[in-house]
Design a protein around this ligand. Structure first.
Ligand SMILES: *Cc1c(COP(=O)(O)O)cnc(C)c1O
Length: 479
């Protein structure tokens, strides 16, 4: 039986369904699975040849007991999650001739970012559980650009869910904004919030306040599908297995993943896959908001003011999934995590002692990629091969290059491309020579279609957001 514990250890563990529907644990911690299953070689051997959806069924049934969700229902939900994808198997693109450098394209879902993979599953799972319990939920989620579209698309038309994606106005690309505001569903209402000097983090603060008010949370039936939700992190373990099986020559060979890290949820999926027995190592690639880089290079978790970068989806000051990583790295020491959270909330900074810092760094190197390097990585690769990266995939590729010499021997590296370039035409224009037209690879029919569709959105200022949201949600629940 897998149970879900809080990283802070102050609330009793809960089963999968409750962890997914509640998002946060009652003590404010994040849910983590216990035990993390260890896979045998025979099991890995069997998984090696599976396609993505079948692999996802295997991986997810390690975490979801059949008494909680019958295997058949889980299988159906996973099948359904990928129907809107161009193809469920993510392509692996070689960047060289000797098989040392690869790109894993995770952006072939309906809103062209890797968030579709986990969001499509999570929202279907929630809808299924809500239906079973005859309940409803109001989802509020802060987005730095891609969570909102993925959630809006997955939630559109689902009877038991109302969805309020919140985004910092003017800080996401026009394309991302359109993807959210044109889904054309009554139950999805994006909110453009003005005055967020700390970007998406300001919205996280409002969301955390609402979630922290237990009576209000109950009354408004609030939950979240940000990557605080363990359902997303679990689903994000699958692509590490999938890519490993495609790239590693033999089971047991080491492999590096370079991951553009924002809230650190995708990375935590990789950390879980490693804890399950996959022999993988990581490059934690950040942009100039290098909170995570400071953790892995200096042993300090410290907030710094937000800086806007060209890789805006990872402009994050507090990568909240780090607490999950700390929990895993400290072998489930919830007391330690809780102390660190309290210290961080009080001082805005935590310094880890040497022993813990060594555990954190095990198999992880980090780097910070400048905007100039992001652009030159995009333009060099495009001019050399015609392959166009989005700015986040570029952070991964540049991060892998910057960390090359930190790994012993010739270990192959997979850079995780998290978004389609069509979501960031303004950055592409900057990367390519002046006056050059957008190449074919920077266009996508779904974005062109969104330009024609009717929009729906609410606008408000950060100071009004809390109040305004409450009103809107109350109205929706009466309706
Ligand atoms: C969300 C996002 C990331 C960061 O993922 P996290 O799980 O938040 O670390 C990276 N790239 C893109 C394009 C994203 O949308």
């Amino acid at each position: 039986m897998v149970i879900y514990r809080s990283t802070r250890g102050l609330s009793p563990p809960v089963p999968f369904d409750q962890a997914v529907l509640e998002g946060f644990s009652a003590d404010g911690g994040l849910f983590v699975p216990d035990p993390v299953p260890r896979l045998t070689d025979a099991r890995l051997q069997h998984w090696k040849s599976l396609g993505y959806v079948d692999l996802a069924k295997e991986v997810m049934s390690c975490y979801i007991d059949p008494e909680v969700v019958p295997k058949q229902d889980l299988g159906r939900l996973l099948d359904d999650s990928f129907t809107a994808f161009e193809h469920p198997d993510p392509p692996l693109v070689p960047l060289d001739k000797d098989g040392q450098s690869w790109i894993l394209e995770l952006f072939h879902g309906p809103t062209l970012s890797f968030k579709d993979i986990a969001m499509g599953f999570l929202i279907r799972m929630m809808d299924y559980l809500l239906d079973r319990n005859d309940e409803r939920l109001s989802l509020i989620l802060a987005t730095t650009g891609d969570t909102g579209p993925a959630a809006a698309y997955a939630a559109a038309g689902r009877e038991r869910i109302n969805c309020w994606p919140l985004y910092p106005a003017g800080m996401i690309s026009l394309e991302q904004e359109m993807q959210m505001t044109t889904v054309g569903a009554e139950n999805v209402c994006p909110v453009a919030v003005h005055g967020c000097s700390n970007g998406g983090d300001d919205l996280d603060v409002v969301a955390a306040r609402l979630f922290g008010d237990e009576p209000l949370k109950k009354r408004l039936k609030l939950s979240s599908v940000n990557s605080i939700n363990i359902g997303r992190v679990l689903m994000q373990t699958v692509h590490y297995f999938y890519a490993y099986f495609r790239v590693a020559e033999r089971l047991g060979d080491p492999l590096i993943f370079s991951i553009p890290a924002g809230a650190f949820g995708n990375f935590c999926g990789g950390a879980l896959a490693r804890a399950m027995g996959l022999p993988i190592q990581f490059v934690c690639a950040t942009n100039k908001n290098g909170t995570l880089h400071r953790i892995f290079s200096q042993g300090v978790f410290a907030k710094r003011p937000l800086r806007h970068s060209l890789s805006s989806a990872i402009d994050i000051v507090v990568p909240y999934n780090f607490w999950r990583f700390l929990y895993l790295a400290s072998s489930g020491d919830a007391e330690l995590v809780n102390r660190a959270v309290v210290e961080f909330e009080r001082d805005g900074t935590v310094q880890f002692d040497d022993a813990l810092y060594d555990k954190l760094r095990y198999g992880v190197v980090s780097t910070s990629v400048s905007d100039a390097r992001t652009l030159s990585t995009m333009s060099d690769l495009f001019q050399r091969t015609g392959y166009l990266l989005d700015p986040h995939g570029a952070v991964a590729v540049a991060g892998a290059e910057q960390c090359r010499e930190k790994f012993a021997g010739d270990i192959a590296c997979v850079s995780v491309a998290t978004a389609h370039p069509a979501k960031f035409p303004e950055v592409i224009k900057q990367a390519l020579p002046a006056g050059r037209q957008l190449p074919e690879a920077a266009l996508h029919p779904s974005i062109e279609m969104a330009k024609q569709a009717a929009t729906r959105l609410l606008t408000c200022r950060l100071e009004e957001l809390e109040h305004r949201l409450q009103e809107e949600i109350e109205t929706s629940l009466r309706g």
